[in-house]
Ligand binder design. Structure first.
Ligand code: KG4
Ligand code: ZN
Length: 336
């Protein structure tokens, strides 16, 4: 079965083709212009998706060496995400499938992130614990089997990537901030400033990053520091490294506790923040200590992409789980 996957939940327009579980193409058009505004502008994202969706789908089909006539189904994300962005990919996907007379299936974006670790070999075996950390989400999920999830915890305020982006903005590092902080932190000392580890010892598996971001702001204020005075200094590198260390400690600490409580053999990390080098190192060390296997997607599958959507859709369609064409976009769609 050949399935076209479509992802337009935020600011990447992406299409991918998968055949019998093997990925044939994955085309991602990133809307770089949002960096000018210091964050994603929803209305502009939606308009860009409208402009890009047809060429991106055409390119994905061409790269896969197939035509629309080869498709056996179409999958598109229907939530969670920005409503205007979701509507473009979902409406296109439904109309395309309807026109071709083939089944359509809606995919949950957070479920697709979990599937990003199931694209390449080796794959985690069920059950495993999955941490998805991106600009919009921080979710810890027990993946018990195909489509079987227990939500363990979520962020109660800012997502991990959002905290990276907001702190980077305060430090004058531009948007998106995650990669900039990651780079700077390599030359800084993670133990220089003891920022709080929110909820680390809390009994739940929930997260909170908004207070940590405020602690960085107060640290700057109390020490008379601002974007200009910090530029190019070792103090800037220490703040970046210490903030990053606090985020990493919380993410790794909670995920490892979940993995041990659930007695799983594998831990999977997904989402844009999964690209963070300090997070990877910390996870490598922690999983090795407990003889657990660690899984990361390829970098192109960490950030939003349609390959993970195509795979989730392929697995659903193979099991007859098609959606009705009435399926609506749901900005706050839950995983479970
Ligand atoms: O998954 P993604 O592309 O989009 C969302 O669904 O949000 O994730 C983007 C997020 C941004 O917040 C960005 O700052 C963060 O991932 N990010 C990183 C790194 N690379 C991207 N955060 C920390 N370290 C990185 N190396
Ligand atoms: Zn995402």
């Amino acid at each position: 079965m050949t399935v076209l996957g479509i992802e337009t939940s935020c600011d990447e327009t992406s299409a991918a083709v998968i055949r019998d579980g093997t990925l044939l193409s994955n085309v991602v058009a990133s809307q770089e212009f949002h960096s000018r505004y210091g964050g994603i502008v929803p209305e502009l994202a939606s308009r860009a998706h409208q402009r890009l969706i047809v060429p991106v789908v055409e390119e994905a089909l061409a790269k896969a060496g197939c035509t629309s006539g080869d498709l056996g189904g179409v999958a598109a994300v229907h939530g969670p995400g920005l409503i205007g962005s979701l509507l473009v990919g979902l409406s296109f996907g439904k109309a395309y499938a309807y026109g071709l007379g083939i089944p359509f299936v809606g995919v949950n974006h957070m479920e697709a992130h979990i599937f990003s670790n199931l694209i390449d070999d080796p794959k985690p075996e069920f059950p495993f614990v999955n941490l998805t950390v991106s600009g919009g989400h921080t979710q810890l999920v027990a993946v018990n089997g195909l489509f079987q999830y227990d939500m363990l915890g979520e962020t109660l305020d800012d997502a991990a990537g959002e905290a990276f982006d907001k702190v980077a903005k305060m430090l004058g590092l531009g948007y998106p901030g995650g990669p900039a902080i990651d780079r700077l932190a390599r030359e800084g000392r993670g133990s220089a400033i003891r920022f709080p580890r929110p909820f680390l010892n809390d009994a739940s598996f929930n997260f909170s990053f908004s207070g940590l971001k405020t602690s960085v702001l107060y640290y700057m204020k109390n020490n008379g520091l601002d974007e200009q005075s910090l530029a190019g200094t070792s103090e800037l590198r220490d703040i970046a490294a210490s903030f990053q260390q606090a985020v990493v400690d919380v993410l790794v600490g909670k995920t490892m506790r979940a993995a041990l409580e659930r007695r799983v053999r594998s831990v999977a990390v997904a989402g844009g923040v999964a690209a963070n080098s300090a997070l990877r190192r910390a996870f490598e060390q922690a999983t090795a200590e407990h003889a657990l296997k660690l899984f990361y997607p390829r970098t192109e599958f960490c950030t939003d992409n349609a390959a993970m959507v195509a795979l989730a859709g392929h697995e659903k369609l193979q099991r007859g789980m098609a959606s009705r064409f009435e399926l609506a976009a749901r900005p706050n769609l839950e995983l479970t």
